[in-house]
Design a protein around this ligand. Structure first.
Ligand SMILES: Nc1ncnc2c1ncn2[C@@H]1O[C@H](COP(=O)(O)OP(=O)(O)OP(=O)(O)O)[C@@H](O)[C@H]1O
Length: 541
């Protein structure tokens, strides 16, 4: 936990500023508290013991009111300022996590896990920054200031406070140890529950078809129950800790009060000093009790910070360019002896060498699992070759900024997804050229007035594929990578698509497919084979 605590200021810009602002506010609030209590004791003693009138006490009363207002204003400014800063910091951090997530290999982090970390975890961390850290600053600065003032006026009371004060952090730490494990378990239960629920909702049609609805409802109920139990466990510890800490603070205040009372009777202490110390005693324990109250919010935030840290540490799918990004241009793309292994497993592509020339159509054929999509992933820079080299016009592709490179590439994925909404909007983007013509060329013109639902709902798999193909064709990118463009299509629709792919003047096309018809008239046909051990690709024509 301490590691994550120091991780925050080191890795998240703005946290130092937030801590400094919270520290300044805490110091001001502590000073104002002491002034307010001293003024209060003075007014009480002067009013009740020395029988001074309101007129005489008016300046002190005005000062007291001004200090009370200033104290409230400092508290408000601290809360509002820290909330704004925390919000800004989290916007930056969420952006960084999202930028990292789009750089890791597609599918590496399950969607539900990413959503839980960024949305729920982000919220917990924001509360940690906005409430817990400022409270830490108050707990660090206010008690020493109060103790110093008390020691100056009454050493005995200061000693009692010094002995009883550590009880609160001690109990807090003991309870915190129990809380840490519970908070982590609760976050895990939440992640599991959301992931499972998302899976169930996505697979509802299949579950219904196989009559597995009841079993999944039971599984959802189990996951929810586990989350409820974890949450109740955290709440139990939270209530218990509030009770124990309240007790410690009350005992501390009572001991101070007994000491002051005895010395007031024997005349060892003046009433104004005694009264001020008595009123200050709860203010001494208050910040530490406040810290304990925020501890659970803080622990949630730290667990979220740890998860966000893990996400930020995920290696990018392709390492960043070693030097300044090379300006990407498009020319001959050459794969030289390229081998790809996923996570150190067996090779899925081995020793593949091929040359993709501008304006040509290269068709990659191969049985299922032969590595066709992986070859496209290498060209898209979603996957870095384990060995071998990919060059563009002689420049190592790994020296090119992946974003710059992907601007030159249009892609039809094997499992295309469309943005929900009107179909025409789903296939167009700011830089698309003639999406309507592109859709018509692949027989999807009639689909343009349709509405795309969540995950392509409302459209058949073949319709989604044709719209996605139109989207790729409409992008003004010189390199077109098409993964199974004719899958799920009937013979007539497939023929339209094959003809459209054959006549793409000025575009370099790489098609990965099982469909040998797409190889008709291709400039180059590459057959990937998947025997184990694999052979290198054979360039047939
Ligand atoms: N992200 C991944 N992590 C681990 N293994 C993977 C990953 N992606 C693909 N593979 C494995 O790599 C091999 C090649 O998969 P790939 O999808 O490239 O084949 P393909 O020729 O496109 O197959 P298909 O024609 O069935 O789409 C398969 O054995 C697959 O299980």
């Amino acid at each position: 936990m301490r590691g994550t605590d120091s991780w925050l200021p080191r890795h998240v810009p703005g946290v130092h500023r937030l801590l400094a602002a919270a520290g300044l506010a805490a110091a001001c609030a502590a000073a104002l508290t002491i002034v307010q209590v001293v003024l209060f004791a003075h007014v009480v003693v002067a009013g009740f013991l020395q029988h001074r009138g309101v007129r005489e006490l008016a300046p002190s009363l005005l000062c007291l009111a001004a200090v009370a207002v200033a104290r409230a204003a400092v508290g408000w400014a601290r809360d509002a300022g820290c909330r704004v800063m925390a919000n800004r910091i989290m916007r930056e951090l969420r952006g960084r996590v999202l930028r990292r997530l789009v750089r890791v290999r597609p599918g590496r982090v399950p969607a539900a896990e990413a959503v839980t970390a960024v949305v729920d975890g982000g919220e917990a961390l924001e509360i940690h920054l906005a409430r817990f850290l400022p409270q830490v600053m108050t707990a660090v600065l206010a008690p020493p200031a109060i103790l110093g003032w008390v020691a100056f006026h009454d050493v005995l009371s200061a000693l009692v406070m010094l002995v009883t004060l550590p009880l609160i952090p001690l109990f807090g730490a003991l309870i915190g140890r129990a809380t840490q494990a519970r908070t982590r378990a609760r976050l895990r239960a939440l992640t599991r529950m959301s992931g499972h629920f998302l899976d169930v909702v996505t697979g509802l049609p299949t579950l219904r078809a196989y009559r597995r609805g009841r079993a999944q409802a039971d599984a959802v109920a189990d996951n929810t129950e586990r989350y409820r139990r974890e949450t109740m466990g955290v709440l139990r510890v939270a209530f218990l800790s509030a009770f124990v800490l309240e007790l410690a603070a009350t005992l501390g205040t009572a001991l101070v009060a007994v000491g002051i009372g005895l010395r007031l009777v024997t005349g060892g202490l003046g009433l104004d000093a005694g009264l001020a110390i008595l009123v200050l005693a709860p203010e001494l324990y208050g910040p530490l009790r406040g810290l304990a109250a925020e501890y659970h919010a803080g622990a949630d935030g730290m667990a979220a910070a740890r998860r966000i840290d893990e996400l930020l540490a995920l290696p990018p799918a392709v390492p960043p360019p070693p030097g300044p990004p090379h300006p990407a241009g498009f020319g001959i793309v050459r794969l030289e002896d390229v081998t790809v292994r996923y996570d150190g497993g067996p090779p899925v592509l081995e020793g593949v060498s091929l040359e993709i020339r501008p304006g040509e159509r290269t068709v990659v054929l191969g049985e299922s699992g032969a590595g066709k999509s992986t070859l496209l992933a290498v060209l898209l820079r979603f996957v870095a070759p384990t060995s071998g080299l990919v060059t563009v016009d002689g420049t190592d592709l790994s020296a090119v900024d992946p974003d710059e490179w992907r601007r030159l590439v249009a892609w039809l994925p094997q499992r295309p997804r469309l943005r929900p909404g009107p179909a025409l909007q789903a296939i167009g983007s700011a830089d698309s050229r003639s999406p309507v013509a592109a859709a018509e060329s692949v027989g999807a013109g009639a689909l343009l007035h349709r509405t795309v639902g969540e995950n392509g709902a409302g459209l058949s798999a073949g319709e989604v594929r044709r719209l996605a193909l139109a989207r790729a064709l409409a992008r003004p990118a010189p390199l077109l990578l098409l993964d199974e463009p004719t899958a799920h299509l009937d013979a007539a629709a497939a023929r339209l698509v094959i003809d459209a792919v054959r006549t793409l003047p000025g575009r370099t096309v790489v098609v990965a497919t099982h469909d040998a018809r797409l190889a008709e008239g291709a400039d180059q046909v590459v057959e990937l084979t998947a025997p184990r051990p694999r052979r290198a690709a054979d360039v047939l024509t």
